[in-house]
Structure formats: C-alpha cells, structure tokens
Design a protein around this ligand. Structure first.
Ligand SMILES: [Zn+2]
Length: 199
C-alpha cells in the first residue's frame, strides 16, 4: 500500500484495505466487529482517517503561488486565530488549537484565505507541532520572499490529555521566525498583536 487517494478506483481499493485494518483493530481490542453498532465502523473510520490526512495530496506552495499579487504595502500582515486540527505522529491522536501567521511584504502580498489553507494542508498529515510550525514558515517564506515571516502555534494534545500524563489544561506553544521577526521589537509587536483583542 502506497499513497492514499480518495477518488477513483485506486481510492476505493485503499478505502477497502483500510477497512480491513480497522476491523482487525476492533477485533484486536477484544470487541465484536460483527455487532450492529460496529458493522459500518471500519468503513467510516477508513474514510475519516483519509480525510484527516488529505494534506499529503495537496501542494501548499502551489496554493500560495496561485494568489500572489504585486503590492508596495510593507507593514506587518497578520492572520491570527487560525483553527488547526492535526494528528500527532507518535500516537495518531488529535492535537488542535490555533495558528497565528504574520509576514512583512517585500513587493508581494498573498490572498489572505491562502494562509489558513496552507496551515490546513500541513496540519492534515501525521505531524509533530514543532515540524508543523517550521513547514508553514518555510512555505510562506519561500513563496513570498518577505522581509520576515512568523508562525506561532498553540495547541492541546489528546495524547497528553487522554493518556500518559493526563494533563488536561496544558497548552504547547511553538514559534518560528525569519528576517525582521528576529529583531526583538518586531517580534514583540507581533506577539502583542496576536495576544490582544480588537475590542
Ligand atoms: Zn502524541
């Protein structure tokens, strides 16, 4: 089994294979895979995991490059509170929270809706929060070549909340910066803006 595609003949074949694996998991944990409530579960779970990892089939650089515009604006552009749902690659359990992304244009801006799309494409894969943060940063930095780029992610990890240390309220914060965001003043302005409400 190689790559997961949701459409076409090959896609159906992979869904069927995943169904088989989920049936074995259900049996493996001591459940009766043939009882009514679980009959269609392997199929539903197979489709769900394919949806939750559909980022592998998408190209984030293409998404950004499709909406680049020449513009002289050179103040900080921030898209904050981007909802984020991902799966930790160590336990295949969800982690979820918010991403905040900023860049300082250097001749080009990007259509604002593309930034959440890029976050989603990288999040819909098996991830660790640290790499997710860097991948988003690198993608935007390479496509826009801005004067600086910043990414902060705050997330809660189900693998910490439901198992292991069972810490219900801890949030993990990761951040990555390039260019002008390496200057304390610029970075602080960004951190201040993402932590304050407009009201
Ligand atoms: Zn984990």
């Amino acid at each position: 089994m190689t790559k997961i595609k949701q459409d076409g003949e090959a896609g159906l074949e992979i869904t069927r294979q995943l169904e088989g694996f989920y049936k074995e998991i259900i049996t493996g944990i001591g459940e009766d895979a043939s009882r009514e409530g679980l009959l269609k579960t392997p199929e539903r779970a197979a489709k769900a995991i394919q949806y939750l990892t559909h980022g592998y089939d998408l190209n984030p650089s293409k998404v950004i490059n499709s909406a680049l515009f020449a513009e002289e604006y050179s103040e900080m552009v921030i898209v904050k509170d981007i909802e984020l749902y991902s799966l930790c690659e160590h336990h295949i359990l969800p982690f979820f929270g918010k991403a905040h992304v900023a860049y300082i244009p250097n001749g080009h801006i990007v259509g604002l809706s593309k930034i959440p799309r890029v976050v989603d494409i990288f999040a819909r894969r098996l991830q660790v929060q640290e790499r997710l943060t860097h991948e988003i940063l690198k993608c935007i930095d390479e496509a826009l070549k801005p004067l600086g780029c910043a990414v902060v992610i705050e997330a809660k990890h189900m693998c910490m909340m439901m198992r292991g240390v069972q810490k219900q309220n801890s949030t993990t914060t990761t951040s990555a910066f390039t260019g002008q965001f390496n200057h304390v003043e610029t970075r602080n302005e960004f951190l201040h803006l993402i932590s304050s409400d407009l009201s």
